[in-house]
Structures are given as C-alpha cells and as structure tokens.
Design a protein around this ligand. Structure first.
Ligand code: AVJ
Length: 307
C-alpha cells in the first residue's frame, strides 16, 4: 500500500477523523484556491501582496547580494515574482516542492521570465531535511522564503519542527523571510473562510472528490457540509466536513463508519501574534529582525536571522 493510502487510512481511523490539507491541492483544488485568493472576503493574499509591493526594497536590502533564495513551495506565486523582479544579484533561486510536475512547470516559467537567474528546483518534502544544490556561484548566505501563511497549517509541534528544518537549511548567517497571518477581529477571519459565494465550501468538499478519483474512495459529496470556525482561544480556524447522516465510506479495503454530525478535520489555519511568533522563532533558533504589515495590520511578512 502506498504511503499516501496508509496516511489517509490512519487519519480516518482516529477518534477525530482527519485528512491532511495537502489533499486539497489536486488540479481542481488548486484552481479553487486561486478563486479563493480573489474573493473580497479572503484578505490574506491581497494584504501580503500589498506588503511585498510596498516594502520589497527593504527586503532586498536585508537579503543582500549573492544570496541563495530557497522557496519552500513551488514558487509560482505573484509574491515570489515581485521578490525575484527586484533581486537582481541572486546566486541562485531554489524552489522546493514535493510535486515534480508542478515544480518543473513553474521552474520553466520562472526561467522564461527571469533569464539571468540560476534556477535550481529541488523535488523534496520540505518538512524533512533535504540536500541543497551547489550553484556555480557560492552563495554568501541562504535565505528561506515561505510566503502565504502556510506555516499556519501546521500544529505547534510540527510548525516548530519545520522552523528547525528551515534554520538548518538556512545554515550559518542564513535567514528566513516568512508571510504570516495575524490575529484580528474574529468576524473578519470568520468571513474569510465562510465566503458568500461558497467557494471555500467547494474547496473543502473537493478534497473528497479528489480522494474518490485518485485514491479509490467512495465519499458521497452531497452527504457532507463545509464548516469553518475561528477558535479565538487557540488562534486558529478549524476547517471540517460535517457528515449529514450515518454513513459508511470505503477507501481501498478500509471501511469507516461516520455518524450523523460527525466531523472530518481538514485544516487548521493558525493566526499569529507578533509576540507569539517571535517566541516560536526564538525557540527554533531564529531572531525576528524586521516585521512589515499592511496598512490595516491584517497580515505580516517577517525577516528572521539565525541566532
Ligand atoms: C494556503 C494555508 C494559507 O489557511 O488561509 C484558504 C488555505 N483554506 N481557505 C489558509 C485556505 C481555506 C490557506 N493557506
């Protein structure tokens, strides 16, 4: 049995059933996420882009010349392009992604758009240590780029583990440039995950369709509903799929009973305080050197140096 299959079955065998948010992103799911980023309620992408546009010169100054920029994720985003458009003296750009296809396609596009840039894609699961390529020019330092508040998908212990992987990949004198969503008025957060057009609901439910198509599951998509609640105490949005009846679902040879009202946890989206993240960074071996925010103080981009 594939590792993915084992992981899926294990997640659905827990008392709180769960499926990792990475199963959101098949082709349809990636398209739906794009649509989410264009929703008026989903402030995250606009706010982060605004920060990048306003402060890219300060970021470039801190990153310095002849650095290697190592992006955790495939790097097809507009944010990355803003950064690359202003970093004209990079030793290398290293996008790291688990999907070889996705990575190759976006690396090709990056090469077309930035012909002078040394692009060295690495296929790897970035939550585990991986080997960096050796560019022709030896980098002065490694700067990890992790936009999009993706750290927020990880629970505290996993987030700390990931930050430590980043510290080790950054190496001596290295740094981390990270985009993080901030705690704010709970209504604003609630609306961002309960949009009026129901795109987030489609995105959440699409995970089940993806498992049906690609992992031999038989979820009845009409028998689940989207739920997203902001837990202010824990500072995180909890995305779930709520079963609308008692039902049995099979995936491969495994069968699961799901009760009426029972939930499958599909995603956490943690929201940070500046203090809270500074402490996490510190405990992982980084110090926050600079924080940029959008004018409404919804989102932050933070530059952290290795302690
Ligand atoms: C891509 C993880 C940043 O948490 O806001 C959007 C994913 N989930 N709407 C987020 C998501 C529901 C998104 N991240």
């Amino acid at each position: 049995m594939s590792n993915a299959m084992k992981e899926l079955i294990e997640g659905l065998s827990q008392p709180q059933k769960m499926i990792s948010p990475k199963y959101f992103y098949d082709e349809v799911g990636s398209q739906l996420f794009e649509e989410i980023t264009e929703l008026p309620e989903y402030y995250l992408t606009d706010a982060e882009l605004e920060i990048m546009r306003r402060y890219v010169d300060e970021m470039v100054e801190l990153i310095g010349k002849q650095a290697s920029l190592i992006e955790f994720g495939s790097g097809s985003s507009l944010k990355t392009r803003i950064l690359l458009g202003h970093l004209d003296e990079l030793a290398a750009y290293v996008p790291v992604d688990i999907s070889a296809d996705h990575l190759q396609a976006s690396a090709q596009q990056t090469r077309r758009d930035f012909p002078e840039l040394a692009v060295h894609p690495v296929v790897a699961d970035f939550t585990r240590p991986f080997d960096l390529p050796t560019p022709d020019i030896t980098p002065v330092k490694n700067v990890i780029y992790f936009p999009g508040s993706t750290l927020g998908n990880f629970e505290y212990a996993e987030a700390m583990e990931l930050l430590r992987v980043m510290r080790d990949e950054a190496g001596d004198g290295g740094a981390l440039l990270i985009g993080l969503d901030l705690q704010k008025d709970p209504d604003i957060i609630h609306r961002a995950y309960n949009d009026s057009e129901g795109v987030t609901a489609k995105f959440n439910l699409n995970m089940l369709r993806h498992l049906n198509t690609n992992y031999g599951a038989n979820f009845d998509l009409d028998a689940f509903e989207h739920r997203a609640e902001y837990d202010e105490e824990k500072g995180r949005v909890v995305l779930e799929l709520v079963s609308q009846k008692d039902q049995n679902v099979t995936i491969g040879d495994a069968e699961f009973a799901i009760a009426d009202g029972e939930t499958i946890l599909t995603e956490y989206s943690h929201k940070y305080t500046l203090k809270g993240f500074a402490r996490m960074a510190h405990d992982a071996g980084f110090e926050v050197e600079k924080v940029w925010k959008d004018p409404d103080k919804l989102f932050s981009v933070q530059y952290c140096v290795r302690a």
